[in-house]
Ligand binder design. Sequence first.
Ligand code: ADP
Length: 459
Amino acid sequence: MFASIRSRLMLTYTLVIAFVLVIVLVIILAFLARNPLASRQAWQKIRTLMTVLQGVQALDFNTPQAGSKFIERTSQVFGVRVAVFDSTGNLLQDSDANTSASLPEFEILRNRAENNPSAWFRDGTGVIWLYEFRTLPSGFSILLATPRPRTPFIAILGDEFIRPFSWALFTALLLSLILAGWMSRWVAAPLQRLAQGTKSVASGTYTPIPLEGPSEVRQFGQAFNEMVLQVQATQRAQRDFVANVSHELKTPLTSIRGFAQAILDGTADSIEATRQSAEVIYCEADRMNRLVHALLDLASLDSGTIKFKFEQFDLVPLLSDTAKKLSPLAAEAGVEVILDLPETILLSGDQDRLAQVFNNLLDNAIKFTPAGKPVTLAAHQTSDWVIVRVEDNGPGIPREERERIFERFYRLDKSRKSGKHGAGLGLAIAREIVLAHGGKIQVESSPTQGSIFLVRLPL
Ligand code: ADP
């Protein structure tokens, strides 16, 4: 029943308001039960009586009989308690002496009454008495007291109050319910909009959540919108990835199929033609093999299942070996590889994986540099880093493409024809490996001076 935030808010508001109303009601009733108006009237009565008594010249408390008679009569006629003390504070007469309603000490009574028009005391039975206390010129002190008037709850309720109270209660509850309904809707509406927004993602009709309402809801909406954009970007990247992989596989497969067909149906009828067809089939199969290996590498780098064999090693021989391995390719391209390496650089890392990175960078540099121009492979170390530089004299990389070349399947020459270039995965893998070593890879380039790839690895 109270499953929604709105109904819970409504219940909470109603309970709070009802609770406050009950407390106010109890306080008002307690106040009325003390009946302050009747108390004031009682004080007034004994004060007037006291003034009258002070004016009676013939009051004589020295003759106990006359005094007690006077006290009895006054008490009966005016319905008050009368007590008389002598000048030393001894109680001479008390109209209620036969009851258990004992009086406090003379000093207490006198001190309290001094300059206090609303003095009271509590007797031995707990009853509160309102009193007036005066010392006469003759030295006697008179106390006039009356019990504080109290009105029982039932009397208050029965007496005119039930109807107005019920009306007030009913009206307040009705108004508070309307207010609670309005407030709970006000608080819950932005949350409902969020819920609708999240549902729209699931149903595929996502429209950004409007950033309205309280700041927490706005922040949540903004975070949600950003998250959806990221999820959409990831989904797009996945779709692109599948499309790219399919495309990269389709080209060599079409070639393989065509040349195998030529061998089968006799179109490649000479030994030379058959050999050429087989060569193409071999090259395309090899290309597919490299692609699949690159994809497997990326998959294990992404999932973190790849095991890096970190060990301390000298980077200089690793770099010169890479250059040596690629020297046939460089010779074929007519490109000279210049090494600018120090004696030794000790580093911790996975040798095979780092060799893969530098192999890729040097391979690209040689492929993109025209014949007759050099490529430089250099390395140096600072206090915290090793910096490896691969510098070529190729066409360079436009500024806006410099970050994108590290994306998967991204190539500057958009043609996907098989040729000297791969599928555009080499740099993506290189970046993942460098990142896994806590390093950084970046490219600097100018159209006239080729590209410089810089790999920074922590020492
Ligand atoms: P591939 O395996 O196809 O060489 P890479 O990931 O190594 O892919 O490189 C991605 C793209 O970056 C290449 O297709 C090329 O367009 C560009 N590129 C890489 N290295 C260089 C370079 N040294 N000079 C110019 N362009 C380069």
